[in-house]
Design a protein around this ligand. Structure first.
Ligand SMILES: Cc1cc2nc3c(=O)[nH]c(=O)nc-3n(C[C@H](O)[C@H](O)[C@H](O)COP(=O)(O)OP(=O)(O)OC[C@H]3O[C@@H](n4cnc5c(N)ncnc54)[C@H](O)[C@@H]3O)c2cc1C
Length: 312
């Protein structure tokens, strides 16, 4: 390890992979490597690492489940954090003595948590059925859909700022909105959810209904990052149409550049076929934006997060 890397990573309880494949960990399954992919083995190690990165001006990114990410073919520099150690994947039910409250580590897999709450007869998280990723990524994106967003179940968020300050935010103060919030940039450590006791069969039926609806309307078995674009302001020139409807009405279903193609099933899904690279997805998304603007005067903005060496 170089001197610079050893002053950044040395002596801390970390699992480090240099020049590690990163794109292949995403749901797209495409894109380059991370210069440093780091899994801290304790919260203390994470805090020290964040403080060192801050002091040494090293860019840090947090990788959740890679379900909303496109990694550039040339990969990314700096430190990419993965909160996949057991210490970031704990769930504490009846947290702080409150029935129905759960403190959920940022690295917890959403599918697993939905299944767990279902088995326990805890209602209030069914809206996340079929949404891939981690709790940290879902809080960052305020993920959700027609049945609600994760913020509706959220009471507070445990957070580490880029200079290593630990703080708990009351969710009510964070201005959660469609795919966004005022939560400062930094590392989400855990989230406290408030769920309600219910009949496990009732919860299970709701989960099944939502999951089946997603499976019938979205290409869940193909390589994508979910919806490529945010739905535009309904009061603007989109006149209430969703991004998917605009893309469909522009005749773009099936439109392709290289190995990237607009799904036939859902206009807002860009799918990476075998042999696709990140540049194909990028160019296809640019092309969709240009065509929708030209046809309807609507500027689509991207929901997929793009990481590259240039991006700061
Ligand atoms: C088939 C499919 C269906 C989907 N359906 C939906 C849907 O119905 N609704 C919806 O909202 N989304 C959907 N998505 C998108 C995706 O599931 C969500 O955005 C999800 O919340 C991403 O979580 P993640 O852990 O994979 O985050 P990543 O993709 O890894 O990261 C996304 C962003 O969150 C940040 N992040 C991740 N973890 C943390 C953390 N601990 N602290 C700080 N920042 C963090 C990353 O830095 C990045 O900016 C879908 C995706 C796919 C592939």
């Amino acid at each position: 390890m170089s001197l610079a890397r050893s002053s950044l990573l040395g002596g801390l309880d970390l699992n480090v992979s240099l020049d590690a494949p990163l794109g292949s960990l995403t749901w797209f399954g495409i894109g380059g490597h991370a210069d440093m992919l780091v899994s801290p083995r304790s919260e203390e190690a994470l805090i020290h690492l964040i403080q060192r990165c801050h002091e040494q001006d090293v860019k840090v990114r947090v990788f959740g489940g890679g379900a909303n990410l496109l990694i550039d073919d040339a990969g990314v520099s700096g430190v990419v954090l993965r909160l996949d150690d057991e210490c970031f994947r704990r769930i504490r039910y009846n947290a702080e003595g409150e029935v129905g409250a759960a403190i959920v580590g940022a690295g917890v897999d959403l599918f697993g948590f939905v299944q767990d709450t279902k088995r326990r007869g805890l209602a209030g998280f069914e809206m996340m059925a079929g949404i891939p990723g981690t709790v940290g990524g879902a809080v960052r994106m305020n993920a959700g859909g027609a049945w609600g967003e994760i913020s509706t179940a959220l009471q507070s968020v445990d957070h580490l700022s880029w200079d290593g300050q630990h703080r708990t935010f009351d969710a009510a103060t964070l201005g959660f909105r469609y795919r966004g919030s005022d939560l400062p940039s930094g590392v989400i450590l855990s989230a406290k959810m408030i769920l309600q006791e219910d009949d496990p069969v009732t919860v299970s039926n709701r989960v099944k209904e939502i999951f089946q609806h997603k499976r019938s309307s979205q290409p869940m078995g193909e390589s994508s990052a979910g919806c490529a674009f945010r739905n535009p302001d309904p009061d603007g020139p989109a006149e209430g149409r969703s991004a998917g409807a605009l893309i469909d009405q522009a005749g773009l279903k099936g439109h392709r550049i290289g190995g990237a193609v607009v799904s036939d099933q859902h206009g807002n899904f860009v799918v990476a076929e075998s042999g696709a690279n990140a540049s194909d997805v990028h160019r296809l998304m640019d092309d969709i934006q240009a065509r929708v603007l030209d046809r309807f005067g609507v500027e689509l903005s991207r929901e997929i997060v793009f990481w590259s060496r240039e991006e700061q």
